[in-house]
Design a protein around this ligand. Structure first.
Ligand code: GLU
Length: 306
């Protein structure tokens, strides 16, 4: 690990820790209301294998939408380019759970990271895999080097009881013919996928392949081609933060993905994968302190993709 990075992260961490508390927990998933809002952790994994973390970077949190990047990776690996006939690659400019644009675009979600797009990706995986839940979990276990990783029933059940908007989204898309499996089963997998719990350290290791041209950092295994890696990174840059994607690119200057559990993963291609976790969210559903911290790191290091 470049020592200046660990110093920059440490300073950014202290500065952000001292900021006045702002934002709200994602209480629409009841189980997430029980999380300690004062948690703050950050971990960077570099492509040379060095890593550095501080704060609550070894506490597990609900990764939520961060998992959508992994389901997209698996679906893209299996289906290839025809995937984009089912889901578009444009920023939506709407909230993560919006139904708005589905009517105008006849059931084709704007991108794979808004809820509607991620639900279509789940449907695609269900069509191509025998046991989707098991095979997706195996894929994430391989990426993360965590053979014991499991879905959290507590979080998944909590969302299954209250996920009315996602139920509406899935049924609405089905009415246009862009969901081929039973909506109930697709949603069941979607909620399980979002329920994974990992630490900042684990998520940064898991996402290392996207900073490393598609190859796992720990053993060099090729997960996806360079070209697919480029495209997933491009989608994270343009669509990873819902209607705040422009703001994130403007302030941080890296591809990334947020989750309503308060985690954010950001990638500096050919350099590192960094994960921040702070549970309180701004009004766009992105971690308030997480964004502040990442902005400080790229500003102080003067290193971003731009
Ligand atoms: N499971 C969450 C939902 O569907 C994911 C949203 C997010 O993390 O942005 O509402």
């Amino acid at each position: 690990m470049n020592t200046s990075y660990s110093r920059i992260i440490k300073n950014a961490f202290e500065e952000v820790k001292a900021l006045p508390d702002a934002g709200e927990l994602a209480t629409y998933i009841p189980e997430l209301a029980n999380v300690d809002p004062s948690k703050l952790g950050v971990h960077m994994t570099c492509i040379d294998g060095n890593h550095f973390g501080i704060g609550h970077d070894l506490h597990k949190f609900s990764i939520q939408s961060i998992a959508k990047v992994l389901s997209l990776t698996l679906a893209y690996k299996i289906v290839g380019e025809p995937l984009w006939e089912r889901v578009d690659v444009e920023p939506s400019g709407t909230k993560f759970d919006s139904l708005l644009l589905l009517e105008s675009y006849r059931g084709i979600p704007r991108n794979p990271f808004i809820n509607s797009g991620a639900i279509v990706i789940c449907d695609i995986l269900m069509t191509h895999l025998k046991d989707t839940k098991v095979e997706f979990l195996e894929f994430v276990r391989e990426l993360s080097d965590l053979p014991e990783l499991n879905y959290s029933d507590k979080i998944a059940d909590s969302e299954k009881r209250t996920g009315y908007r996602n139920v509406a989204l899935c049924n609405f898309i089905k009415s246009f013919g862009n969901i081929t499996n039973e909506p109930e089963e697709v949603l069941d997998f979607y909620f399980d996928m979002c329920s994974l719990e990992m630490t900042c350290q684990e998520v940064s290791r898991t996402f290392g392949f996207l900073a490393n041209e598609g190859c796992k950092i720990s053993d060099g295994t090729k997960i996806i081609t360079k070209n697919k890696c480029k495209r997933i990174n491009a989608l994270m840059l343009t669509c990873g933060f819902y209607d705040e994607s422009g703001e994130f690119a403007f302030r941080v200057g890296l591809p990334g993905k947020s989750g309503v559990g308060g985690g954010i993963v950001a990638l500096y291609p050919k350099n590192y994968a960094m994960v921040v976790w702070s549970p309180k969210l701004n009004k766009h559903g992105n971690s308030y302190k997480g964004m502040e911290l990442l902005e400080k790191v790229t500003t102080h290091s003067e290193m971003s993709i731009f």
